[in-house]
Every structure is written in C-alpha cells, then in structure tokens.
Design a protein around this ligand. Structure first.
Ligand code: AKG
Ligand code: FE2
Length: 326
C-alpha cells in the first residue's frame, strides 16, 4: 500500500456511509481505511450531534469549571481511578512522564439506568457522579453521550468493512461499552513562571480506547504527529467531529490502523491567561473484548506485535501508567 503524507486530516461525510448508495458507502470505507492506515485521524460531518446540543454542553461545563477548586474536588473519586466525576488540576500525566498536564476534567460514563438488569456489565460500572450545583449537567451530558456513541457505532461499522470483517463485528462488543465522555478545561495560567518547565496542556500520547470522537475545541492547540515526524495542527470545522484510532484498535489490527500520537500545545505566553475547553468521547468496548491481533492482520511482513489481552486488562494497565490508579 502506498504511503500518504496528508497536509491536513481528511474530511469525510458520514451520510455517505449511513444513507448513501453502494458506491458512496464503498468510497467512504476506502477513504477512511486510507486515512486510518496513514495518519489515524479524520474529520466527519453529518454525525448527528447538533451544534446547539454541543453549545449547551460547553455552556454547562464552563459553569462547572468556574466553581472554586475545593467545591469541585467534592466530585473527585480516586478509588475508582477517576473514571467518573472530577479530576483535579495536574493529576493526570501522559504515559512515560511524571509532570502532570495543565488541565482538569470531568468524566461521564454509561447511564446505569439504561442498562438492563440482566446484563452483568451493569454491576461492573461505577454510577455517574453529578454536580448538584448545575442542574442541566446530567441531562445534557447524557444526551451528548448517546448521540456521539451512535455516530461511533457507524464509524466502527465502516472500520469493520475496511478490515473485511462482518459489518456488525463490533456491535456486541460495544453494546453498553465502557466509554467515557471527558469534558476538559485547560485552565488559564496566570503565572507561567510558576508552572514546571516541561508542563503542557496535554503531553503527547495515544488514546487508550478503540476510537475517539472529539467535538471541536474552543481554541487551537491540538496537533498530530505525522509519520515523517512533522506535527500537523488540527482545525476541525464547527460542524465536524474529529475521529481517531486508539491503542485498542491499533492492537487488534496489529498496527495496520494507526493510533497516532497527538498533543495539545500551550498557547503563546500572551495568551496563557485564557481557557481552552474540549470534549473527547473515548469509545471503549466491554471489558471482556479480546484484543488479540486479528489473524488477517498478521503475516511474515507484519509479525504479531502485541501480547494477547482483554480490553479490561489493557485499561487497568494504562490507568496505572497515567497516574490515575494505584
Ligand atoms: O483537547 C483536545 O483537543 C484533545 C484531548 C486529548 O487528546 C485527550 O484528552 O486524549
Ligand atoms: Fe487524546
């Protein structure tokens, strides 16, 4: 396969896949496959998440993050690896680093009430944590969670077809999957000289999950590392979601699909005193999903690069590496 060095991440129309004719659907799968085998990122429109709902969630989280730190820390749950509720400033660091990122965030997971009692996964997930100060937080976040999850399921169908798997390959694996909507505030830095020399908004990393769907951020800063070593800034249009491959999908496909390293750089010094908000949705499967490399992705030129693990085991390992779990 030819290597493509994209100047920017490719833009696709999800409507081509969901409601297009056979040719449009095939073209979507081809373009997505090319993008994911090269740069690991695309931007999609017609994903079903309305701009008004996005704006509403941004408004709600801005009100939450404006609360005093000691009020926010009441929603912090280290005993569950911060997988629900608030995580305070500087707590998370990228794998392989010690300096914490210049961010605080809030995690929302599956709404337990929507999971049938008969599904054993219901016992596995912690309940969501909702700030009592902000009444619309729960309703708005869950609505966004469901809309993005729906778009993510379409993306996984297209990915399955690209991998020559049955279109519904991921369906049962992501039903009530362990996904997380992460509302992030990169807080203003009033005294740049007081933060550690090497501290950044988000140090370079790959995402843990199958795929990430990212709502357009409120300021610049996100960059992806192209395979020739050049950092490419990402600018998604307001009607687009950025969708990238995570480490679990890279593992499953034995690196055929690329979990591309990305980062959020600090603003120039004169803009350090401003906030940045962004909201990625980390689409995880159920913990029992087997991430053993697909046999179709292993051959003499591509020897198996990963040990066999379930998604649950991989997540536990990574949360420890990020400083979120003991
Ligand atoms: O804030 C962003 O634009 C991206 C954040 C990110 O990469 C992450 O939280 O994994
Ligand atoms: Fe990321």
């Amino acid at each position: 396969m030819t290597e493509i060095l994209y100047k920017e991440i490719p833009s696709l129309d999800l409507a081509d896949f969901v409601s297009g004719d056979l040719d449009q659907k095939a073209a979507f799968v081809k373009n997505l496959g090319d993008a994911y085998q090269n740069i690991g990122f695309v931007a999609i429109k017609n994903h079903g998440l309305t701009e008004s709902l996005q704006a509403k969630l941004y408004e709600v989280i801005q009100r939450f993050f404006a609360l005093p730190d000691d009020q926010k820390s009441a929603y912090e749950h280290p005993e569950i690896g911060y997988q629900r509720g608030y995580t305070g400033k500087g707590k998370e660091h990228a794998k392989g680093r010690n300096t914490g990122d210049l961010k605080e965030f809030y995690h929302v997971g599956q709404d337990l009430e929507s999971i049938p009692d008969a599904d054993p996964i219901k016992q596995e997930y912690p309940a969501n944590v909702w700030p009592t100060e902000i009444s619309e937080f729960k309703e708005t976040a869950l609505e966004v969670f469901n809309a993005i999850e729906h778009a993510g399921k379409h993306m996984l169908r297209a990915i399955a077809l690209h991998l020559m798997l049955p279109e519904d390959y991921f369906e049962d694996k992501v039903r009530f999957g362990n996904s997380i909507l992460r509302c992030i505030h990169y807080f203003p830095i009033t005294n740049p000289e007081e933060v550690p020399e090497d501290a950044v908004r988000a140090a370079e990393h790959g995402d843990i999950n199958l795929i990430t769907l990212l709502m357009g951020a409120s300021a610049d800063g996100l960059e992806v590392l192209r395979r020739d070593g050049k950092w490419i800034p990402i600018t998604a249009l307001p009607d687009q979601l950025v969708v990238n491959v995570g480490d679990m999908l890279e593992r499953l496909t034995n690196k055929k699909l690329k979990s591309t390293i990305h980062r959020v750089v600090n603003p120039p010094r004169d803009k350090m005193n401003s906030s940045r908000y962004s909201i990625p949705f980390f689409m995880h499967p159920r913990s029992e999903m087997d991430l053993t490399c697909l046999a179709s992705c292993v051959d003499s030129q591509h020897p198996k690069a990963f040990s066999d693990m379930t998604a649950g085991e991989f997540l536990e390992e990574r949360l420890r590496e990020l400083g979120l779990k003991k």
